[in-house]
Design a protein around this ligand. Structure first.
Ligand code: PMP
Ligand code: GLN
Length: 386
């Protein structure tokens, strides 16, 4: 094979994701897995039954339509209207994807030229870096710094260059739990309009907000025409394995994303699309209970982590808590997470892997609280040994 590396330069160093590494470590050591963010309790039984019915009744077992089944596209538009007052045309302004992950990949691959710069909130979800690299573009971090993890809009302004093509904005933000305020959203929107930038929003935690409210950037003046909004069913309905996501935007933006998407998976998850259409139409009480349950879990784990000696940054949204290990006499989050299973049988994620400016996240560790209360309680008990 010669001396040339097999993995191309764009993906060099990206190895396997931290989630795979840490989940494998949890299995190998029999630890409680508060690393990778997936619930240990499935979503509503009625929605699972809808998926099973679709399979048995032969709906979606063959390739669904490229843009997604009409029932789900309609349900996505109803959801955007119901929660945010945003109106989209289900035929030309919605695209169903294989989770938010594919939506993000397709949007970046479709909209970027090699050499373009993408500004993203750092720490960034790991697939952003990989997809920006696969598109041949350059990522430019806007670092959210502890303890507040707020974006500095003057810094954002200073990061914009003639090569900046796109802002990639994740709110509620994984891993910090930051939920952007109306002022922050307005500031970002104004800069996007002033510099004529495209915006991709990752809103997968839209229904997990504990302080304030989720507001899509697309709802702000001048933003609808430049924003590709992305979300998915995984977090909101606790079926992360189904991988049903969606894109909303203008017909031109959606057509561009669809062009890339059709050569990635073409289509996916036929029967699950029917079930997610039902899920999006669940009554408000479902969404209220989801939020209340996770608020209780957040506080259970946050209080336990504080009692164990961590500095806790209580999140405004998502199902993750970021902590600082410095008060425990530790400085290196990666080393801390690799040893944690043998020290006390718990797995967490080192935030440093989500940074280019690694100094800003070296001592930060992320914990997922989308787990049963008794599991969280047991994890908290184990962590007191530290
Ligand atoms: N964006 C963020 C911020 C995430 O945390 C995740 C992971 N769940 C995704 C995107 C991917 O979502 P999906 O599972 O729908 O592909
Ligand atoms: N989004 C999940 C997290 O942040 C994990 C998804 C994945 O494993 N790629 O933990």
């Amino acid at each position: 094979m010669g001396t040339r590396p097999l993995l191309n330069r764009r993906l060099a160093g990206m190895g396997s994701t931290i989630f795979a590494e840490m989940s494998a470590l949890a299995v190998a050591t029999g630890s409680i897995n508060l690393g990778q963010g997936f619930p240990d309790t499935d979503g509503p039984r009625a929605i699972a039954e809808a998926a099973a019915r679709a399979v048995l009744e032969g709906r979606g077992n063959q390739y669904p339509p490229g843009p997604g089944i009409p029932e789900l596209r309609a349900a996505v538009t109803e959801h955007q209207q119901r929660w945010y007052g945003l109106t989209y045309d289900p035929d030309s302004e919605v695209l169903i994807t294989a989770g938010a992950t594919e939506a993000i990949a397709a949007a970046l691959l479709a909209l970027l030229e090699p050499g373009d710069e993408v500004i993203a909130l750092e720490p960034f979800y790991d697939s952003y870096a990989a997809c920006i690299a696969m598109a041949g573009a350059t990522r430019v971090p806007l670092t959210l710094r502890a303890p507040g993890f707020r974006p500095d809009l003057d810094e954002l302004r200073a990061l914009i260059t003639p090569r900046t093509r796109l802002l990639l904005i994740n709110t509620p933000h994984n891993p910090t739990g930051t939920v952007l305020t109306p002022d922050e959203l307005r500031g970002i929107a104004e800069l996007a309009c002033e510099h004529d930038l495209l915006v991709i929003t990752d809103e997968v935690y839209e229904h997990l907000v504990f302080a304030g409210a989720h507001r899509p950037l697309a709802a702000l003046p001048g933003m609808r025409e430049r924003t590709v909004s992305i979300s998915s069913a995984g977090k909101t309905f606790s079926f992360t394995g189904w991988k049903v996501g969606w894109v909303t935007g203008t017909p031109e933006l959606v057509a561009a994303v669809r062009t890339a998407k059709q050569y990635l998976t073409f289509v996916s998850a036929g029967p699950f699309q029917y079930a997610v259409a039902d899920a999006l139409r669940l009554p408000d009480s479902y969404f209220d209970t989801l939020r209340a349950d996770h608020l209780r879990k957040r506080d259970l784990l946050a209080d336990g982590l504080a009692a164990a000696g961590f500095e806790v940054f209580r999140p405004e949204g998502t199902y993750f808590i970021t902590t600082d290990i410095t008060p425990l006499g530790e400085t290196d989050g990666l080393e801390f997470c690799r040893k944690l299973p043998e020290r006390c049988g718990v797995v967490a994620i080192p935030n440093v892997v989500f940074y280019d400016n690694t100094e800003a996240g070296r001592s930060h560790v992320r914990w997922a609280f989308c787990k049963r209360d008794d599991v969280l309680q047991e994890a908290v008990t184990r962590l007191q040994q530290l």
